[in-house]
Design a protein around this ligand. Structure first.
Ligand SMILES: Cc1cc2nc3c(=O)[nH]c(=O)nc-3n(C[C@H](O)[C@H](O)[C@H](O)COP(=O)(O)O)c2cc1C
Length: 202
């Protein structure tokens, strides 16, 4: 199994959920963009003020979860340790086989990855100055738990855009994306997303 066969190929930025262990062994989960570097290598650009950065630096590894759950992207971006509640830390996870990191039980596929190098850069984007760690990792184990194709769904993409905006403290476009969520996800799923998002926006 190679990374490109699960869509993580050179030059493509994919949205995933990165899971790690805190120093006390509690699990942490956060959505991150993962860039394929070709072969077994991937790049994460992780803000240095996140738990994910601290945990990867300390443990030297993480798990990249390929998931298609809109609410999970929102929850992992917005709640959890240092984000106001403990919800994410009690998420259903299992210990990965090779590296010291957990994977999400319901994930479609997961990639165990070891840290090869870390370079610190200061950058300025539309949200202001940021201190970012460019972490190059090597995939050491890829496990496909659900080999079935997942048809693209706009509700997932819309929820991911909402999670990106809210994790940066922005509410612009959120209501428009919620309309897409309502139109394209089944009622019980869309209601859960709408309720969760509305608990965050003013
Ligand atoms: C789809 C998506 C992609 C994201 N990509 C990144 C990223 O590449 N790097 C980063 O530092 N934060 C990224 N974030 C924001 C983090 O998920 C967010 O800051 C989170 O609260 C960090 O959690 P942690 O402190 O548990 O690591 C992304 C958020 C979303 C919703």
């Amino acid at each position: 199994m190679v990374l490109s066969s699960i869509g993580i190929c050179r030059g493509r930025l994919s949205e995933v959920i990165v899971t790690t262990y805190h120093s006390d062994g509690a699990p942490n989960a956060a959505p991150m963009g993962v860039l394929g570097l070709g072969g077994d290598n991937i790049l994460l650009k992780v803000h240095r003020d996140t738990d994910t950065f601290e945990n990867i630096r300390r443990e030297g590894c993480c798990v990249v979860n390929v998931v298609f759950d809109p609410l999970l992207f929102l929850r992992c971006a917005l709640v959890g340790r240092h984000k106001g509640s403990k919800v994410v830390e009690t998420l259903d996870v299992l210990r990965a086989k090779v590296v010291s990191a957990p994977y999400i039980k319901g994930t479609n596929t997961y990639v165990e990855a070891e840290l090869l190098s870390c370079e610190y850069v200061n950058r300025r984007d539309s949200f202001g100055p940021a201190s970012v760690a460019k972490m190059t990792l090597k995939a050491v184990n890829i496990v496909v738990l659900s080999p079935f194709p997942v048809a693209p769904n706009r509700g997932l993409f819309a929820a991911i855009e909402i999670a990106v905006s809210l994790s940066r403290g922005m509410e612009k476009d959120v209501q428009g994306y919620l309309e897409v969520v309502k139109k394209t996800l089944p009622p019980e799923e869309s209601e859960a997303v709408v309720d969760f998002v509305n608990s965050f926006v003013g």
